[in-house]
Design a protein around this ligand. Structure first.
Ligand code: CP
Ligand code: NVA
Length: 304
């Protein structure tokens, strides 16, 4: 395993699958003393409900100490260099988890701190989310081969990590975004490279109905990510036809599941009917953040 987890692509297929197995064990046996004496920094430049709570709870359940740090209350907000902060943090903590605006901040932390660095989201990816998503799919379907996931919405950080995770595990993924909101080209091509090895498919379309066709999983995320608030009005217009509702879901398989990384905006990217309906597995999905992140920490510490 690499020292850090900044991208889903930091994992090989074998490592990814191994993490899924460790996650199952974590779910079955949630408590332990594996992280006793370990302090893990959780540095946030952006708000969070699930990521903060699942990391804090998970670390506590394994007897470690989660050190929550709101970046705006540190000297970073007064211009202290991330390079310097990284060199200081490694003196106090055993790992650094960070949610940042600019992915380069994660790269600097990774370069200047000798301890493991984990991405808790950046503008580029949300890799811990993708671990939980794939774990949830595995629990639900018992396999990856032949499963079709339709990601419909913004080609954002969540979409990027899902593309890579589907490519690595061999889940077929069809992404549909409005024009101008396509996924990162470099990530799309990396996902295609991975999928070729697994003989799975990565496809892209601007037509949501085409992506949804025969899908086992329909996945969406917010239309306006954190930091994009100024683009709100133009995005509302662009994404209007990309709402996950009953009409669109009719194109999917009868027993499809609906997934969303959350937070969700009912009436925008998804209707209440779908979000709270029988196909939705969003609560299981959010719950699984806990188990996969514990597995990841243990694996990065070579403890599992
Ligand atoms: N899905 C997710 O990362 O949620 P939070 O922003 O609440 O952490
Ligand atoms: N794409 C969203 C994900 C939130 C968990 C954002 O970056 O705000």
């Amino acid at each position: 395993m690499k020292k850090d987890f900044l991208s889903v692509a930091d994992l090989t297929r074998e490592e990814f699958l191994e993490l899924m197995d460790i996650s199952s064990r974590m779910k079955k046996y949630p408590f332990g003393t594996q992280l006793k004496g370990k302090t893990i920094a959780l540095l946030f430049e952006k708000p969070s409900t699930r990521t903060r709570m699942s990391f804090e709870a998970g670390i506590a359940q394994l007897s470690g100490y989660p050190m929550y740090i709101d970046s705006s209350s540190t000297q970073i907000s007064r211009g202290e260099l991330i390079e310097d902060v990284a060199k200081v943090m490694e003196k106090y903590v055993d790992a650094i988890c960070a949610r940042v605006s600019d992915h380069r901040t994660l790269e600097l932390l990774s370069k200047y701190a000798s301890v493991p660095v984990i991405s808790m989201l950046s503008d580029l990816e949300h890799p811990c989310q993708a671990l939980a998503d794939i774990f949830t799919i595995k629990e639900r379907f018992g396999k990856f081969e032949g499963i079709k996931l339709a990601y419909i919405g913004d080609g954002n950080n969540v979409c990027s990590s899902l593309l890579l995770a589907c490519g690595i595990t061999g889940i077929n993924i069809s992404v549909s975004t409005p024009k101008g909101y396509e996924p990162n080209k470099r990530i799309l091509s990396k996902a295609r490279d991975f999928s070729q090895k697994n003989k799975s498919k990565v496809s892209f379309t601007n037509r949501p109905t085409e992506a949804a066709k025969n899908a086992d999983v329909i996945y969406t995320d917010v239309w306006v990510s954190m930091g994009e608030e100024k683009e709100n009005d133009e995005r509302m217009k662009a994404f209007m036809d990309f709402q996950i509702n009953k009409k669109l879901a009719r194109h999917a398989k009868k027993d499809f599941v609906f997934m969303h990384c959350l937070p969700a905006h009912r009436g925008l990217e998804v209707t209440s009917e779908i979000m709270d309906g029988e196909h939705s597995i969003v609560w299981e999905q959010a719950g699984n953040r806990l188990h996969v992140q514990k597995a990841l920490l243990l694996r990065l510490f070579n403890m599992a």
